[in-house]
Design a protein around this ligand. Structure first.
Ligand code: AMP
Length: 214
């Protein structure tokens, strides 16, 4: 199954992807994670991407589409696309990429949440450097400060989780990514879920959407 998790930054796509990886055997393809790895390795791509990522703007469609194409050569079944596509051009070209591989998107889950809640979530978000699990400075503290409960990894604040960048990312989401809701709705494969729910409750809703196919 090929599944897209759609929604603004901070709605819980990464957390839900991790649940799906752990309990349903999915592979998570997060364009944000791939780009952050490129930035960390200081590759040419990473150097170009860093500027956009720090500002909260999008990396070019060509770069992202190429990344996805290359990753899909390595993996085949049960993939979650987390943070991709983010523009109509990416969505349309993605159809062509999948056609060449005899694949298609099976379902798109859109997680909705108010901007004000997203701002609070992202401004206090801490992420584990090793396993990627998310915490919150106030609402979801780790047992030991700065250390991941699950794997003992170091927690850090993403450089783009500051208020200015968060506001830019939300603006980009509303102008450029949100129209994808309508695009996939027209394709008849869209499911809308409430991102306000506690994360395991939301996961339950996702499993219900997937159930008939797994
Ligand atoms: P994320 O981890 O999904 O919040 O993405 C972090 C940043 O990576 C975004 O703010 C963009 O700068 C960049 N990025 C991630 N995915 C994409 C994409 N599909 N298209 C363009 N830029 C992206």
């Amino acid at each position: 199954m090929y599944l897209i998790l759609l929604g603004a930054p901070g709605v819980g796509k990464g957390t839900q992807s991790k649940y799906l990886v752990e309990s349903k055997g999915f592979i998570q393809l997060s364009t944000g994670d791939i780009l952050r790895a490129e930035v960390k390795a200081k590759t040419d791509l990473g150097i170009v991407a860093k500027e956009c990522m720090d500002k909260g703007t999008l990396v070019s469609d060509d770069i992202v589409l190429n990344m996805i194409k290359n990753k899909l050569i390595e993996i085949s079944d049960n993939v979650i696309f987390d943070g991709f596509p983010r523009t109509l051009i990416q969505a349309e070209k993605f159809v062509d990429i999948l056609k060449d591989l005899n694949k298609k998107i099976d379902k798109v889950i859109n997680i909705a949440l108010d901007d004000s809640i997203i701002e609070d979530r992202l401004a206090g978000r801490l992420v584990c450097k090793s396993c990627g699990k998310s915490y919150h400075k106030i609402f979801f503290k780790p047992r030991k400060a700065g250390v991941c409960d699950d794997c003992g990894g170091v927690l850090y604040q993403r450089s783009d989780d500051n208020l200015e960048s968060v506001r830019n990312r939300l603006e980009v989401y509303h102008s450029t990514t949100k129209p994808l809701i309508n695009y996939y709705d027209k394709n008849g494969i869209l499911y809308n879920l409430d991102g306000n729910k506690e994360s395991l409750e939301l996961f339950n809703d996702i499993v219900n959407v997937l159930e008939e196919d797994i």
